[in-house]
Design a protein around this ligand. Structure first.
Ligand code: ADP
Length: 160
């Protein structure tokens, strides 16, 4: 049986930190589904379709990675996909409290789905999509922190 992991997130936009976590997940799981949450509460910069397209570009040629969007309860979606685990990235201690809360709530909702935490490479452990957008909005360079397609998309949005 294939062991499928779901990597959920807003991915507004995908960064090299997200990619690091997905690549590590491929070392443990047979398939990884990158699941984009619309997350209107966060008022995303990119539409869901745009975010998915940028993720697709980033994992071109990797047939064990699929990209989807989902609505509703994450555990319902994971069950529907036949997933065995939810993978989340942990950057710093500051991520921990929120992530623990979510993991325990998801376990309460479905005890058959485990949450697995992965630590990114140190060079990405400070990286957030919010910071990327902020730097790009002021015309700063985000090279080496995001895939080329994201760098181009940010330049288009901010016109720099
Ligand atoms: P969400 O709104 O669900 O937190 P994000 O796109 O911000 O969505 O993050 C999705 C997942 O990727 C989360 O588990 C987050 O901790 C992780 N993540 C984001 N940036 C990094 C990074 N630089 N290194 C490792 N994990 C990261």
């Amino acid at each position: 049986m294939k062991r499928i992991a779901i990597c959920p997130g807003t991915f507004d936009p995908i960064t090299n930190g997200h990619i690091d976590i997905v690549m590590r997940s491929l070392g443990i799981f047979d398939e990884v589904v990158v699941a984009v949450a619309p997350n209107p509460k966060k008022t995303p910069l990119f539409r869901v379709e745009e975010r998915m397209e940028l993720i697709r570009e980033s994992f071109k040629g990797l047939d064990r990675v699929t990209i989807e969007s989902f609505d509703g309860l994450l555990v319902d979606y994971v069950r529907e996909k036949g997933g065995v685990a939810i993978v989340r990235g942990l950057r710093a201690v500051s991520d921990f409290e929120y992530e623990l809360q979510m993991a325990l709530m998801n376990r309460r909702l479905d005890s058959g789905i485990e949450t697995v935490f992965m630590m990114p490479s140190e060079e990405y452990s400070f990286l957030t999509s919010t910071m990327i957008k902020e730097i790009a909005s002021f015309g700063g360079s985000v090279r080496g922190l995001v895939p080329d397609a994201v760098e181009r998309a940010l330049k288009e949005v901010f016109g720099k």
